[in-house]
Design a protein around this ligand. Structure first.
Ligand code: 13P
Ligand code: ZN
Ligand code: NA
Length: 276
């Protein structure tokens, strides 16, 4: 099943699909072990900086072969693609799905470039995510948030042909200074005005009940990055304080396990497994 098809099925069932970023072998294995043990599908995402860190083809090969090794139904997705060049490179390297993030551009330019990305991805049969409105990036003030307008969302989806749309409804990347409050009525309005699959960015730090409420109002793809990075590094820091062990293969797996525990909890909540 393509990612688009999968997300459509899940949207109809009012279920979420977790999209986890990975940074290295350990975080990749950490998230996949969680998906494997719960037998749940998962999106593996890479940002430009993670691609640059691991190397494009290395990252793709790692992601792809790990999905197979763990027996997980999953897709490779470019997170926050910032140029058409990067979009094409990732598709050439074997990504299933790409995000073109033109959210910082005037809507006219965002539409133009996102439509281009859709055209390029069409050659590969890949899924495309766009963003309209603005979800604050890491380290930026949350005041810079600009909510998605339902009318503009409908126009944007029609004119670009995107499969999925990242909406700005009160979330932000990274952790929050204060507990966020998602604009749920706004989300419902957006959902009513467009057929696109809806994406929640910045889910780290959002209380579980709000994420679930967002899923019940139309969100399907739920992006999780910071909590994964934080869990791995904080666990590793604690482990290193207590040991002189230099064999990283003995130390890293304990931090990886913590990532698995975290992602299992998220999968249970996002994919609504409690009822089973
Ligand atoms: P968080 O880092 O807040 O989880 O956001 C992740 C994200 O939106 C990736 O695109
Ligand atoms: Zn994001
Ligand atoms: Na966040």
């Amino acid at each position: 099943m393509t990612l688009k098809q999968k997300m459509q099925v899940l949207t109809d069932q009012k279920k979420g699909l977790l999209a986890t970023n990975f940074y290295n072998l350990e975080t990749l294995h950490g998230v996949l072990r969680a998906a494997a043990s719960l037998q749940q599908p998962l999106i593996l995402q890479l940002t430009r900086s993670s691609i640059e860190y691991m190397g494009l083809q290395t990252a793709v090969n790692m992601g792809r072969s790990a999905l197979e090794a763990f027996g997980v139904e999953g897709w490779l997705h470019l997170d926050h693609g910032d140029s058409l060049e990067l979009v094409r490179k990732c598709l050439d390297a074997g990504f299933d799905s790409v995000m073109f993030d033109g959210s910082e551009l005037p809507i006219k330019d965002n539409i133009k470039l996102t439509a281009e990305a859709v055209k390029i991805a069409g050659e590969y049969g890949a899924t495309v995510e766009g963003e309209l409105g603005y979800v604050a990036k890491l380290g930026q003030s949350h005041v810079q948030q600009m909510f998605t307008s339902p009318e503009e969302a409908s126009l944007f989806v029609e004119e670009t042909g995107v499969d999925a749309l990242a909406v700005a409804i009160g979330s932000a990347h990274g952790f929050y200074k204060e507990v966020p409050k998602l604009q749920l009525p706004l989300l419902s309005e957006i959902h009513a005005k467009t057929d696109a699959i809806l994406v929640l960015h910045g889910s780290s730090g959002i209380p579980e009940d709000q994420v679930q409420a967002a899923i019940s109002r139309g969100i399907c793809k739920v992006n999780l990055a910071t909590e994964i990075k934080n869990m791995f590094m904080k666990s590793l820091q604690a482990l290193l304080r207590d040991t002189d062990e230099i064999d990283l293969r003995k130390v890293f797996p304990k931090a990886t396990e913590k990532v698995t525990e975290l992602v299992m909890e998220k999968l249970i909540s996002v994919q609504n497994l409690k009822e089973y």
